[in-house]
Design a protein around this ligand. Structure first.
Ligand SMILES: Nc1nc2c(ncn2[C@@H]2O[C@H](COP(=O)(O)OP(=O)(O)O)[C@@H](O)[C@H]2O)c(=O)[nH]1
Ligand SMILES: [Mg+2]
Length: 280
């Protein structure tokens, strides 16, 4: 998905999210565990204010476990419920559901005591492109078939999936746009695939990526690509990789375009090893 965020798009997306937020009691803010900082958009936080807010660090199978722990502590210190998952892992989804249901039950009981009614806790998933929203919604919904139909004031396509007695999930996610206020954020989003070549050329993105990896996770590069000297510019590192991998054009010239694409694909597929690029 390659979204160009124009003011018109943004206004429409924000209006949609706002409408849906009025209908929910709980918001699951999905973040990429490799880049929790760049995959959040603080502009939306005021919208979650009166909701049960759950931060989910997704794709934790790609992240550096020690640093994920630091992020967990960071959120817990602020009294924010935080869960770490790999959305593709059934056990993780079971654990997540248990936590969500417990939160919903607690809220349900509290409302029952105050108002004497049984309230179903409604939830939506929000996050930037490619963070795993659809995957998570499908995993939580699973085989739950009990979908309630249209309600007054609700768009026809909107469906609630009942996944526990007091817990319903909105089947469409809230799409947040990333906050591209500094260059590093844009780069991190490009490395992980949330934005495509919207900020700069693929080559440039990969040059910067290799320089950052040389500092943070040099062994990932030396082991994968059998290169030695990382104290170089990004384009020189990529040249070495091209040569070692045999990614060459006719005449033996390193094919940097192909190499850039391959390196980024490998990173995005987790082949380069676990990385977390940001600290709290
Ligand atoms: N390794 C891994 N891949 C994931 C995880 N969650 C989602 N994905 C993959 O990330 C890609 C984007 O997921 P998707 O649900 O389409 O993201 P959306 O754009 O936010 O709806 C897909 O290829 C998913 O299979 C996860 O926890 N771990
Ligand atoms: Mg999706």
């Amino acid at each position: 998905m390659n979204i160009n965020w124009y003011p018109g798009h943004m206004a429409k997306a924000k209006r949609l999210i706002n409408e849906n937020l009025k209908l929910v009691d709980m918001v699951i803010e999905l973040l990429d565990a490799r880049i929790p900082n760049s995959s959040t958009n603080p502009d939306f936080q005021s919208l979650y204010q009166n909701k049960i807010r759950v931060v989910v660090l997704n794709k934790s199978d790609y992240a550096d476990a020690d640093k994920t722990k630091l992020w967990k502590d960071y959120y817990e210190k602020q009294d924010i419920t935080v869960l770490t998952i790999n959305s593709l892992n059934k056990k993780d989804i079971q654990k997540l559901k248990k936590s969500l249901f417990a939160l919903a039950d607690e809220k349900q009981k509290e409302i029952k005591q105050r108002k004497g009614i049984n309230k179903t806790i409604r939830t939506m998933v929000v996050g930037i492109p490619n963070v795993g929203k659809s995957t998570l919604i499908n995993a939580i919904s699973g085989s739950a078939k009990t979908k309630t139909g249209d309600r007054p004031g609700v768009t026809k396509t909107k469906q609630w999936v009942k996944v526990s007695p007091y817990f319903e999930l909105l089947d469409t996610p809230g799409l947040l746009w990333p906050k591209l206020d500094d260059k590093n954020t844009g780069l991190h989003l490009a490395y992980t695939g949330s934005i495509k070549e919207e900020i700069m050329d693929l080559d440039e993105i990969v040059f910067r990526f290799l320089e950052e990896m040389s500092l943070l996770y040099p062994r990932h590069l030396t082991e994968r690509y059998r290169i030695q000297d990382l104290d170089k510019k990004g384009h020189e590192i990529l040249t070495d990789i091209s040569v070692n991998r045999g990614w060459l054009q006719s005449g033996g010239v390193p094919d940097l375009t192909r190499a850039a694409k391959q390196v980024l694909d490998e990173y995005q597929a987790g082949t380069l090893g676990r990385t977390t690029l940001e600290l709290p």
